[in-house]
Ligand binder design. Sequence first.
Ligand code: ZN
Length: 557
Amino acid sequence: MKFSEMPYQRVDFEELKKSFETLTKGFENASSGEEQFEVHKTLYDLIKDTITNSTLAQIRHNIDMTDEFYTAESDYYDENDPILTSLLVEYQKKFYHSKFRPYLEEKVGHVAFKNMELSMKSIDDKILPLMQEENKLSSQYDKLIASAEIDWHGEVLNLSLLTPYLTNADRAIRIEAWKKYTDFFSANKEALDDIYDKLVKNRTEQAMQLGYENYLPLGYNRMNRNCYGQKEIKSFREQIKRDFVPFAAKLHDRRRKRLGLTALHFEDEGVYFKNGNPNPIGTPAEIMEAGRKMYSELSPETKTFMDFMCDNELFDVLGRKTKKAGGYMTELPKYKAPFVFANFNGTAGDVDVMTHECGHAFQGFLMFDDPILEHSYITMDSAETHSMSMEFFTEPWMKLFFGEREKDYIDMHLESCAAFLPYGTMVDEFQHIMYENPGLSPKARNEAWRDLERQYKPHLDYSGNPYLEQGGFWQKQLHIYNSPLYYIDYCLAQTNAFQYKGWMDRDYKAAWESYLSFCKLGAKEFFTDINKLCGLRSPFEEGSIKAIVSELEKVGL
Ligand code: ZN
């Protein structure tokens, strides 16, 4: 069904409560596992209906923020969505403790049960006031960042509009932009320190009240870390430091030479070419057309997916004044339809929509035929493997998007992925230090960050910028404030994507077949088991990062 023809109906939450009551009663009265599972399947339709309606309202509000009807509908869900969450939590308890659990577990899978266990360990009524306060602190951070009004030659810019100037091809412009950018953070340093201090202490208190020794194990449960723990992540970080950082340094040096600089300064991060980073050629319509051609040639599965997306108006990617900023991929499960929302702006980011976001959408599309809804409840490490690997699988078609600068794009892509991996891992180690030592002073926090930068990004030269020299860079990283412990997922996914990159250079077809089964497994198995089943090495296993580096050295240098 075309997006414009999808009927919308406001979810009646009173009705929904009644449906859950009926469902729960049916579940409790069932006299066998088979009967319970039949009842459980009616929950799937209830969830799909509810989510489809609320997502329709959200998308239609985002594509035209002046539309009064959908603005009101979207507000309605912001207010009422927690009702669905709490109905689900209550139902889940009954499901988890069913006396027919072995049968149910055989049906929905062991991963689903593990996830239920983790979610029950993550929440309790007694910490609700603390969780509300945590949300308020997070919004304070968002508001402070959004409040930036930076004078740029007479024009007032917020931080996101200033961002493109940070990587401007003209070095003098980016030096000026970085100065203004960090001046904002430096001027707000105390407020930023204060918000973070309260967040760390709040989360620690939540953990204490639930009986944990600090926030880390609680945070792991909340991130659904269902198959690895702190020990495994530590081993991953050690390998990145020892085996990957020297490789990233080589790529930074290759970039330095290309830029014709004697030394890389922090203002040169994210800059790849003297004549500027490559941008896609052609109009947005031509980029979409190139995307369609690419996926129709890549595989029969991606062709079916892309035809479905295009024929059913499931992209809204043109930048418009009345549209919400940013981009995302979401799903309308009732119509088995992914939806990609973006604002094309003429940079390589537009192509990421065609590769990265479409990787997410393609995987979602494949899962709609799985009769078990729990199989689509994927963790972020898997989700980002789907998207980051697709960025590499689509590389043979980059000529369609970048023309003569195809190779520039491919070099930039590899170098930016390689630069990201140590950074992302460092963000994770920083947070571990913070939650293990919740009493640290602002100065000690900055010192810890600066110390990590010396280990993970030894090429960085901050001279001349006291705010960054003193270790303030982390305050710009939204995740550190608002999505604790969410970042290592990108790094684990990046190592999987790198493994696919090496594999596809040896045997594209075999790598693609493995990727397809990785996608189709969804959350049927644990992340670590999916890796094994698909012929990828576990990123936690000693030697795995070294192996990735030696593959990349063959193809990338
Ligand atoms: Zn993503």
